[in-house]
Ligand binder design. Structure first.
Ligand SMILES: C[S@@+](CC[C@H](N)C(=O)[O-])C[C@H]1O[C@@H](n2cnc3c(N)ncnc32)[C@H](O)[C@@H]1O
Length: 333
């Protein structure tokens, strides 16, 4: 049965409650507590030090969302809850915690103002630009880095299969956060080495991730500014970077990547490619980027324009996980 217009809009209106309930489920480690079988609200409350009566009411709300079901004794986790488990193959735990944290929540509350002004609301919401805030709040910065890696997992898995790597040995993950893309490239191509370039606060996370994967001998993480310079390499990976920036800034980043390319190298952009009738998450992400950074998702023609301005030429645009594309470019001359 399809939802009525009233039910559809009501679903949108209570969206904030749902998002924060998912964050609370992560905060209480519900997926982890229920991984081994049903438990009572009292057991979970005792393990978490949470209020027993409130925990029981919260589990009832989770049942209405399909995160848990009633069991003979207490509550059982569902497949949906298992996606939030810290060890799930493409865990959404960190993304759920980050997207509904103060970092983004106060900005989302200003989406009406973003639409009226066409400008980023982050400075009004947080008192400083987004990446400055992350640098000033290391715990939130670490969480954001892990959330990016979690959101990236399906896109990265598909992207590493389609990138033309002929002649390449050194990958540079430009603004690579915890280096999830670089690490996937190293796993796929045992002859490669990689450099992750990011702001200083992200570097320890990249080093820890490399060590965790046993790839710290092939991956170096360096602190730097992609508006100043990019380390030399054969493949410049730019994933979820250009959508953070306006056109002039994006051209600046692309030009620095072009300047750092070794002969035969290419710039590889992984982003949403949007169009007027794009369904699903793409147009919503576009509005999220407007509110967070005053930036945007782009059409293929808009990417081509940026590439041309940076002295690059597109040679491939391959759809991977919808709505994401891998766009490959080489120097125009
Ligand atoms: C949206 S995240 C994308 C991270 C990663 N590429 C991914 O797809 O998961 C943008 C990244 O750009 C980094 N960044 C922002 N400004 C930067 C700058 N001026 N120089 C280098 N990195 C920067 C941020 O720290 C962050 O890790």
């Amino acid at each position: 049965m399809t939802a009525s217009p009233y039910e559809t809009v009501m679903g949108f209106i209570v969206g904030p409650w749902l998002a924060q309930a998912v964050r609370a489920a992560v905060d209480l480690s519900l997926a982890e507590h229920l991984a081994g079988g049903p438990r009572t609200a009292a057991e979970i409350a005792e393990a978490e030090g949470s209020d027993p009566a409130a925990t029981a009411r919260f589990l009832r709300a989770c049942a209405s969302m399909g995160l848990v079901t009633y069991a003979e004794k207490g509550f059982a986790g569902t497949e949906a809850l298992a996606v939030l488990h810290r060890d799930a193959p493409m865990s959404l735990r960190d993304l759920a915690a980050s997207q509904s944290s103060a970092l983004l929540w106060h900005t989302w509350a200003r989406i009406p103002e973003a639409v009226r002004t066409g400008e980023s609301q982050t400075e009004l919401a947080l008192g400083m630009p987004f990446f400055d805030y992350l640098a000033a709040h290391p715990d939130e910065g670490q969480l954001f880095g892990r959330a990016m890696a979690s959101m990236s997992a399906p896109v990265v898995r598909a992207a590493v299969e389609v990138i033309d790597v002929a002649g390449a040995t050194t990958v540079v993950d430009v603004g690579g956060a915890h280096g999830s893309f670089a690490l996937a490239m190293l796993a796929r191509h045992p002859e490669f080495d990689a450099i992750v370039l990011d702001l200083p606060h992200a570097v320890p996370g990249a080093r820890a991730a490399a060590a965790e994967h046993g790839l710290d001998d092939r991956l170096s993480a360096v602190a730097g500014d992609f508006f100043t310079a990019v380390p030399a390499g054969d493949l410049m990976l730019l994933k979820f970077i250009l959508h953070d920036w306006g056109d002039d800034e994006s051209v600046h980043i692309l030009a620095n990547c072009r300047a750092a390319l070794r002969p035969g190298g290419r710039v590889v952009i992984t982003e949403i490619v949007i169009d007027d009738h794009a369904p699903g998450i793409a147009p919503l992400m576009d509005i999220a980027m407007l509110a967070t950074a005053g930036s945007r998702e782009r059409t293929l023609a808009e990417f081509d324009d940026l590439l041309t301005r940076a002295g690059l030429r597109r040679i491939a645009a391959t759809p991977v996980e919808p709505p994401y594309f891998v766009i490959e470019a080489i120097p125009a001359a």
